[in-house]
Design a protein around this ligand. Sequence first.
Ligand code: ADQ
Length: 468
Amino acid sequence: MSRIVIVSNRVGPLSDTGRAGGLAVALVDVLRDRGGLWFGWSGAVSDEGSYGALRFAEEGNVQTATIDVAQADYDEFYAGFANRALWPTLHYRLDLTDFDRRLEEGYRRVNERFAARLVPLLRPDDIVWVHDYHFFLMGEMLRDAGVKSPIGFFLHIPFPVPEILTALPNHKKIVHAMLAYDQVGFQTSNHLAAFERYLFEEVDGVREADGGISAMGRKVHAAAFPIGIDAEAFSKFPESDEGAESLALVRNELDERKQIVGVDRIDYSKGLPQRFSAFERLLELYPEHKGEVSMLQIAPPSRSEVRAYSQIQRTLEGLSGRINGRFSDLDWNPIQFITRSFPRRSLAGIYRGSAVGLVTPLRDGMNLVAKEYIAAQDPEDPGVLVLSRFAGAAEEMREALIVNPYSIDELAEALRAAIQMPLAERKQRFEPLYHGVMTNTASSWARIFLERLLETHASPPEEPSEEG
Ligand code: ADQ
């Protein structure tokens, strides 16, 4: 059976450390199934950078290979074009972009170096699967180096409508590179539709009989593959030692109060200030909830070297401080704002102890927290998910309370409805959500993507034999 080779910015870990995300767990499962290699950045910056030694680790039939990057690569590629041009553009935040040509060149250079380091590790019958916006150009570079294997690409974040994407100065180069993959995957049919619109409207794309689209001299297959979580395991986490311990702590702290929980990396796409303001509005409009409801926001900092990220943490500290100053009493603080991460089992206990899961990004590829919150609930007494219409997850999770995260009033009313929802309605909404989360898991997502990749890989024409 062919080996799977996964390329992503961050790699592993290969074993469940309690902190490994559901996605990492699912990818390791896929690698174990067939044997495989996971290639990417070591997370370290060094003088030799991507010219330095490859570091290998191995567990059974799964190997990881990682390389460092140099400081200039880190600044221009990771903290540069990836997170100052691509991330904001793809999340519809053109106001936060920095389209410096130098960053674009750094992005190309790192994609090139990574491709060059990967090629010697590849075997002819490998199946290559590249992940996310860090490596849009990788497939094209592998093809240029003569790699004939099936190569797929999955975009974890939104693909914006052409009116937004075309603000990216090198949008044509990026899309042209996407067409070098055999199969391109998006989180939702919305993102897929935006990609297809780009091909038809901007570069004269033509739909082929086999469902593929030809454009710019290449042909690609594109589809939506909504990602899931390691649902079976996650639903049991609240009963694990760590899960039960955090659940007990939460219940003890809350007494009879209800808790609204949010869990996100600190990122401007997650709509965190709006969330705090909505909770404040709830307390203003419905003072009977004072002392009865509190909000827990867990939000570890990320990418703090990018200015837009350090600013948002200060904004949130200011907002939560002000709201607490305004409403706190001797025995109650409205908002608890914790900026560190928790082991996944503890998170599951926290989710179960919270009557409301508040997931209100302004834009999100999928949002796995929405799915984790549902998986962790007690089916006999489930909490309520309040979910932004702009999270990819809203396409599948229709029984959640779907909200417009830009409307503070609408959010406040949804919070009130969630807090007051009777058990019968909570169960009625929960059951289909739970069924969906348990059925479309991270492993089924990976399996379906790889099956589709193999189906669509156009096998290269037979080389004429020497003797012939
Ligand atoms: P992210 O933007 O990182 O992922 P998300 O899907 O919510 O967003 O995943 C975050 C993960 O980190 C979750 O598994 C969550 O439990 C975990 N996490 C967050 N805060 C934590 C904390 N304090 N402690 C421990 N764990 C924490 C990108 C896209 C998403 C897409 C995913 C997967 O932006 O839209 O859903 O990839 O494709």
